[in-house]
Design a protein around this ligand. Structure first.
Ligand code: HEC
Length: 170
């Protein structure tokens, strides 16, 4: 093969490889970034709910928690936000029809027993979501009313809609 052909071919091959590698790296970093954002959003929503719960408990204004959840649920990226008792009973939720039902979250026992937050991408009821379940701990400030023997008073469940991420990754 002539050198005049070889050199452009070599350059084309190198450019192609660089393009593939760069494209892959970009997709990977975009995906990583998106995952971080979901995690961050879920954590923030969780913190807002916890803050509202603590405030409402201490002021005795328990209706406010339900209002806060409904306001949170109106955000287009938030599928659902609920507060559960350790039994799984849903006491407050952005989805009114869920209140009074018992949640069937598989991770609830582990969250309550180990006092750790569960989070990850899941398919719930056929929908792709980012799901976070975190324990509500019985802090010293709660123990004026709640028995100190009870370590965990419930859990907060936040479900984020990940359809925008799925579209981005296609
Ligand atoms: C002034 C008293 C008081 C304080 C302080 C208090 N709670 Fe409560 N809490 C209650 C009462 C009353 C209930 C309702 C119990 C029932 O219905 O069986 C309740 C219920 C709850 C529930 C179940 C959800 C519900 O709406 O029934 C959670 C979760 C909870 N409290 C968390 C907390 C946390 C976390 C703290 C501390 C930051 C706290 N509470 C402090 C009085 C209090």
């Amino acid at each position: 093969m002539k050198l005049q052909i070889k050199v452009p071919l070599l350059i084309a091959a190198v450019l192609l490889i660089m393009g593939v590698v760069a494209g892959g790296a970009l997709l990977y970093s975009q995906r990583r970034h998106a995952i971080d954002q979901f995690q961050e959003t879920a954590r923030t929503v969780n913190g807002v709910i916890k803050g509202s719960l603590e405030h409402d408990m201490l002021t005795g204004d328990r209706a406010n928690l339900q209002q806060a959840l409904e306001a949170i649920g109106r955000n287009q990226f938030i599928d659902k936000a609920s507060v559960l008792l350790p039994s799984g009973a849903i006491v407050a939720s952005s989805e009114l029809k869920e209140i009074g039902k018992t949640s069937s979250i598989d991770q609830l026992p582990a969250v309550l027993n180990n006092k750790v937050t569960h989070s990850g991408f899941e398919t719930l009821e056929g929908q792709n979501v980012f799901h976070e379940v975190s324990p509500i701990l019985n802090e010293p400030s709660c123990q004026t009313c709640h028995a100190p023997e009870q370590n965990v008073l419930g859990a907060i469940e936040v479900t984020l809609d990940t359809s925008s991420l799925s579209r981005q990754m296609q």
